[in-house]
Write a protein that binds this ligand. Structure first.
Ligand code: MGD
Ligand code: MGD
Ligand code: SF4
Ligand code: MO
Length: 687
């Protein structure tokens, strides 16, 4: 087959590589070897040709004048942002000779990889990188920053990341978007809800912020942050007491429903109202709507689980569809994540066996600051790729202090000189996903897709897997698995005897079919991968893990002296910090704001459009106030992981705690507290 690279002009199928559930099918228009347009592929069974504005403007990023074209070496003090151009050979020699020296002096654990899913391609995010660091015996990274608390919580109830097939949800009659800003973060779920609405479905949004998704709802329910488990338990209380529970389903497919029935008696609507800030009558109304409508579908968002109690919150909400037996209806149930349906053979892909008997510690990525400042034995080298911790990690002031350490040798591989790369000793240029081969599997819909390179690598840039193959070579590592090609790794990963839903699928099938759907079987009737095989309303495993075995409301950690609960989520035109450095996307997003309730604003003497200082013991930010009724009293919300420009202070993660959530080592970005005050600054600031 003729490679896309051999054709200078044409339209080529592709896939969005960003960390977004929709994983859209794309068509790349190419002229004279350059991308001139990115659009949605109308043939994608779920995304159907519609894509977001961010990616429609992707060429701005691919050909941004700031894009890195060659390797760089630090030429000034740490963090001074002075670099000089070097060759790949020099860069690889500097890195590997430093690492060889560290191996001799301090052992391999002194080296820490740090990565996330800036590129969702399985080969470039969890392939050769994992193999290389396993073989090296480096410290291991627990990748907990995104969804780990919620995934563990959901697993206690349902056994794994197994939810409703989104393609069926247009048949639902009731949608609950719970802690998800889907208009910005899962736009095709909104399209499905819209289709269902045309057939009479009602759409409810439960959120701490009436954002674009709240405005899309038929009924928006504002709730106080971190109290959603109490709401879910209050709903169960009413469902049981008003005979709206499906006893037959509970008897056949769940365990612990009698204990749960007893347990939820204490979550009276009155008590739940006091906890959540939702009026008693609205709790009744919601419970009755939920109890009397089928199919009903809950889209469980990530926002809920960036809290101290996030795991338990998701575990609790995940129990709701079982109470009314929604899993038996097409389009009914819930969806937190669906990654289990496309589970790859991670042992073959990541090769943990290469660790052999090397004893390595594991570092939770949410504790990067602590790790850089306090780990014992110390970390002497950090290798960052697919991530931008100097913007996205909590407790940024600790992270930055760590990155400033003179004795820390930092390598950053990215498409741009990110805020993290500012602190690097060596910066390596990365290809974009359109320049590499990879395998993509959505964690929302059920399709897998192959990316074949559409354009030549930008400048001297190289893909993650290529760089790790080179590093292995320069280190003198001879193991065959460190030489495998990207297509070898895809073939190995697709061959997963433990996942019948992808049996018979491999590299060739991906080449021959643009979109390969996991062959999912209905969850019910059937056996779940929980210990009992049923939905675990009562979980013995949780008890063994030191957690309450029944769904429970646990209040957030209270940071005294700080009056406002601060919820700094993502925004519409960036993807985490990606695009925050691209002019087009910044212009679309305008500037970072903090939403405050009008009564709080009056009390603080803040007017709409004022600049405000938001601070706590961890740090401070200067943002523009947006005064209104989009948030409840006592709550402040900001949107977007903005980077700083000269003269601005808008890194919200200066304020976020690095406390660890109740499950999965998860992040607690939304559980911090802050104070706010009006300040007077020149209007040119924060543009
Ligand atoms: N445009 C865009 N899309 C993205 C991203 C992006 O940055 N921009 N990021 C991608 C990534 S990595 C992820 S993980 C997903 C995240 O996308 P979502 O799943 O939508 O998660 P968040 O946006 O973090 O939070 C969702 C909502 O939860 C609300 N929230 C916060 N705390 C609470 C609470 O205690 N209770 C309730 N009910 N609501 C609460 C917030 O106000 C927010 O509206 O989006 C992905 N898609
Ligand atoms: N305050 C607050 N903080 C948050 C969140 C929040 O809601 N609020 N959300 C959290 C969540 S859910 C997540 S998932 C994290 C995400 O945090 P990150 O994973 O750091 O995501 P990005 O900021 O998008 O940074 C990804 C980087 O990878 C680079 N990249 C892209 N493709 C490649 C490639 O092929 N190779 C290499 N080497 N680099 C590449 C991009 O250029 C970009 O700089 O942020 C977390 N931080
Ligand atoms: S970011 Fe999400 S919505 Fe936008 S093109 Fe990529 S997958 Fe689609
Ligand atoms: Mo995420």
């Amino acid at each position: 087959m003729k490679s896309y690279l051999d054709q200078q002009d044409g339209v080529f199928p592709s896939v969005c590589s960003l960390d977004c559930p929709d994983q859209c099918g794309l068509l790349i228009h190419k002229q004279e070897g350059k991308i001139i347009k990115v659009e949605g592929d109308p043939n994608h069974p779920v995304t159907k040709g519609n894509i977001c504005n961010k990616v429609r403007n992707m060429t701005e990023r691919i050909y941004d004048s700031k894009r890195l074209a060659y390797p760089l070496k630090r030429a000034g003090a740490k963090g001074e942002k002075k670099f000089v151009r070097i060759s790949w050979d020099e860069a690889l020699n500097i890195i590997t000779s430093k690492w060889k020296e560290l191996l001799d002096k301090h052992g391999p654990e002194s080296i820490l990889p740090y990565s996330f899913y800036g590129n969702m391609g399985r080969v470039n995010s969890e392939g050769m990188d994992r193999r290389f660091f396993h073989y090296l015996g480096a410290s291991r990274l627990d990748r907990t920053i995104c969804n780990s608390a919620g995934s563990v919580g959901y697993r206690y109830t349902m056994g794994g990341s197994l939810g409703t097939d989104p393609e069926d949800t247009d048949e639902a009659k009731l949608f609950i978007f719970w802690g998800i800003n889907a208009v910005s973060t899962n736009m095709h779920q909104i399209a499905l809800a819209q289709k269902a609405r045309q057939n009479g479905a009602k759409i409810i949004v439960i959120d701490v912020h009436k954002n674009q998704t709240g405005r899309f709802a038929d009924w928006f329910i504002p709730i106080l942050p971190g109290t959603d488990a109490a709401l879910a338990l209050g709903l169960m209380n009413i469902l049981f007491s008003e005979d709206l529970a499906n006893e037959e389903f509970l008897g056949e497919f769940t365990i612990g429903y009698e204990e749960l029935r007893e347990h939820v008696k204490k979550y009276t609507p009155k008590r739940v109202s006091a906890i959540t800030g939702i009026p008693v009558e609205d709790i009744y109304k919601l419970a009755r709507m939920y109890g009397k409508t089928a199919p009903s579908f809950i889209r469980i968002g990530n926002g809920l689980q960036h809290h101290d109690n996030g795991g338990m919150c998701i575990r609790t909400i995940a129990c709701l569809p079982a109470i009314t037996g929604q899993w038996l209806y097409k389009g009914g149930g819930a969806l937190k994540g669906n990654s289990a349906f496309l589970a790859l053979n991670s042992t073959s892909l990541e090769r943990p066996d290469l660790l052999e008997n090397k004893k390595t510690r594991t570092i939770n990525m949410n504790l990067l600051g602590n790790a850089l400042l306090e780990a014992n034995p110390p970390i002497h080298s950090l290798y960052v790729y697919n991530s931008n911790p100097a913007v996205v990690a909590p407790e940024l002031n600790k992270v930055k202090k760590g990155l400033l350490r003179e004795d820390l040798f930092t390598v950053v591989h990215d498409l741009f000189i990110t805020e993290t790369a500012d602190y690097a000793d060596i910066v390596l240029p990365a290809t974009s996903s359109f320049e590499t081969t990879d395998l993509y599997t959505s964690y929302w819909h059920h399709y897998a897709q192959l990316q074949q390179p559409v354009i030549q690598p930008f400048g001297e840039s190289k893909s993650n897997s290529e760089v790790f193959r080179l590093l292995a070579n320069y280190m003198g590592f001879e193991h065959q698995s460190l030489k495998d090609t990207d297509s070898d790794m895809i073939e190995q990963a697709m061959n997963n005897p433990n996942n019948p839903a992808i049996s018979g699928y491999g590299y060739t099938e991906l080449l021959n079919h643009q979109y390969l759907k996991a062959d999912r079987k209905p969850l019910f009737p059937g056996r779940l991968p929980t210990p009992s095989g049923k939905i675990e309303l009562y979980s013995e495993t949780m008890l063994q893990d030191g957690l309450p075995p029944l769904p429970t409301y646990i209040p957030l950690v209270f940071e005294e002296d700080f009056f406002y609960q601060f919820v700094p989520g993502p925004n519409h035109h960036f993807l985490n910090s990606t695009f925050s450095n691209n002019k087009k996307h910044r212009t679309l997003e305008k500037q970072p704001r903090v939403f405050i309730n009008k009564d709080d604003a009056r009390k603080e003497g803040i007017m709409d459009g004022d600049y405000v200082r938001v601070w706590n013991k961890r740090g401070e930010c200067v943002l523009k106030a947006s005064v209104g009724e989009d948030v409840l009293q006592g709550v402040l919300v900001s949107q977007g992981l903005w980077s700083d420009q000269p003269g601005t202070r808008q890194l919200v993660n200066e304020l976020t705690p690095d406390r660890i959530a109740d499950m999965g080592g998860g992040a607690t970005f939304f559980s911090g507290r802050v104070n706010i005050e009006k300040i007077t600054i020149s209007s040119t600031l924060n543009q």
